[in-house]
Design a protein around this ligand. Structure first.
Ligand SMILES: Cc1ncc(COP(=O)(O)O)c(C=O)c1O
Length: 379
């Protein structure tokens, strides 16, 4: 269903048509071509000094990253619970076991104290976790200083799921560049889109070269088809990369616009008690891919779902926050360390329309409707 005001709609305002036409005319549409190289170099430049390989989704990037980290059947992998299922699914693809950890209240991402508790507890049970998957949810950087310190102490590699955090920074450094490997997504509603796509980034050239090899069916560099190991058909195609390159050229202005959207929501809703936001800080700069709010029903008299339904009736799209993975029926049997922090975010939260082309009039209309709901609940 197409909404009059969608949650996060892509913009194609630059060289997208020119580059895709160029790609078509070059005849290189598959997993080889100029635009793939340019897009990978552009991403590496934008994230500073890192190597990248472009693939066909964020999920395939996460899967490949876990293969590169040597995750195998029987291993345990710690994973932030408050996230989309794609952060954890590849752990299961590899026959390993996710161990979920709750969030903390500042960034809404993995809680460093609980992370250390989980590591110690798994070690006591005889299992050193093979990796830690952290997520920068809705674009908000996780507490990377604390997380990296813990990871270093126990010598466990960190995989950063920065699917939603392209262009976000922590202590001046791009999200995705702290751990051993970082992953981006470029699906339809993300900060930049390639239709469907993703990327792995790392400082380790060997890892990236190996990712490139595995992403093209692990084909040996020979005149005939020879394979020494099992690979994947995960590489990004040249047509998608042509769109990606054009999007990347515009990304910084789009992040600025999403940050303005966020600021404007905060100002417009500042007088409404019972509504709070996910906030960044001096240290962490979110791309504010999505502006998210928490609705405290005891103060507002309405729930996040009341708001969702009311806005939907006015043709405005909103979305619940991710349901924590430890509460998902498919993952409920797995270990979880924490309390009710992410559960409460899920119960109270709502993502507001956050597109680049959202106008101030759109925002005033949305906020006006929220105030109307408040007036109703106090009648
Ligand atoms: C946190 C997170 N991780 C992973 C993914 C997977 O990315 P993709 O949809 O490109 O496979 C997404 C997005 O869809 C996501 O939001």
């Amino acid at each position: 269903m197409a909404y009059q005001i969608p949650l996060s709609f892509p913009v194609f305002g630059g060289n997208e048509e020119r580059y895709t036409l160029e790609a078509i005319r070059s005849g290189h549409l598959a997993t080889f071509g100029n635009f793939i190289n340019k897009f990978e170099i552009g991403l590496a430049k934008r994230t500073k000094t890192h190597q990248t390989v472009a693939v066909n989704s964020g999920t395939s990037a996460l899967h490949l990253a876990m293969v590169l980290l040597g995750i195998k059947s029987g291993d345990e992998v710690i994973c932030q619970s408050f996230t989309f299922c794609a952060s954890a699914n590849p752990i299961v693809y590899l026959g390993a076991k996710p161990v979920f950890v709750d969030s903390e209240k500042d960034s809404w991402n993995i809680c460093p104290e609980l992370l250390e508790d989980a590591i110690l507890s798994r070690i006591a049970l005889g299992k050193l976790p093979k990796a830690i998957v952290i997520v920068h949810l809705f674009g908000m950087p996780a507490k990377m200083n604390e997380i990296m310190e813990i990871a270093k102490k126990y010598q466990i590699p960190v995989l950063e799921d920065a699917a939603e955090a392209v262009g976000s920074t922590y202590a001046g450094k791009s999200c995705g560049t702290f751990g051993k490997i970082g992953v981006f997504s470029f699906n339809g509603n993300k900060i930049i889109t390639t239709g469907g796509g993703g990327a792995l980034i790392s400082n380790d050239t060997n890892l990236i070269n190996r990712a490139r090899h595995l992403s093209t069916q692990a084909r040996e560099d020979l005149p005939y088809y020879q394979h020494l190991e099992i690979g994947y058909n995960y590489k990004m195609n040249n047509l998608a990369a042509a769109i990606g390159l054009a999007q990347l050229e515009q990304m910084d202005s789009w992040i600025q616009k999403r940050r303005i959207n966020n600021q404007r929501y905060k100002e417009l809703l500042s007088t409404l008690p019972g509504i709070s936001f996910q906030n960044d800080s001096e240290e962490s700069k979110s791309n504010f891919w999505l502006t998210t709010i928490l609705v405290d029903e005891e103060i507002t008299g309405f729930t996040n779902d009341n708001l969702r339904v009311m806005l939907m009736k006015s043709d405005i799209e909103t979305r619940f926050l991710w349901k924590p993975l430890h509460l998902q029926p498919v993952f409920r049997h797995l270990p979880f360390y924490g309390g009710r922090v992410s559960e409460n975010f899920f119960k109270k939260g709502l993502c507001l329309p956050s597109s680049v082309n959202l106008t101030s009039e759109d925002q005033e209309r949305i906020v006006g409707l929220i105030f109307k709901e408040l007036a109703k609940s106090f009648r």
